[in-house]
Design a protein around this ligand. Structure first.
Ligand SMILES: [Zn+2]
Length: 120
């Protein structure tokens, strides 16, 4: 019962990598929420992005680590943050002029040039 994904936890305070992202604002946001939930988190690699040209990307991608004992709870919080972020993304819209479906980040139809009216 003490194994996480096949790995045994030998030390009580062993750290576990929660997530990795080049989006440091996102990582800082998750870190804040974890602290509010009483889970100490630490960022690693966060200042090494300057070496990106020489090192493999995965080696310099900023990471968020938590204590292994808090991993399950931290992962729940992370999942919630990702869900909230996805909900806030703009939905696909259908052009009223030609019926083309346009991704939410675009405000003009690539097919016919119709502009999406801004919601007020
Ligand atoms: Zn159109």
């Amino acid at each position: 019962m003490y194994s996480f994904r096949g790995r045994r936890i030998r030390k009580k305070l062993q750290k576990k990598r929660l997530t990795a992202s080049f989006d440091t604002i996102f990582l800082a946001h998750v870190e804040n929420l974890l602290r509010q939930a009483g889970i100490p988190a630490e960022q690693r690699n966060q200042f090494s992005a300057g070496g990106l040209g020489e090192l493999p990307a995965m080696d310099v991608m900023p990471e968020l680590w938590v204590e292994a004992t808090a991993y399950t709870k931290a992962d729940d919080i992370l999942s919630q943050v990702i869900r909230d972020r996805d909900i806030n993304e703009k939905p696909v819209w259908i052009c009223p002029q030609c019926g083309e479906s346009i991704e939410g980040q675009f405000s003009q139809c690539w097919q016919c040039g119709h502009w999406l009216e801004e919601e007020k």
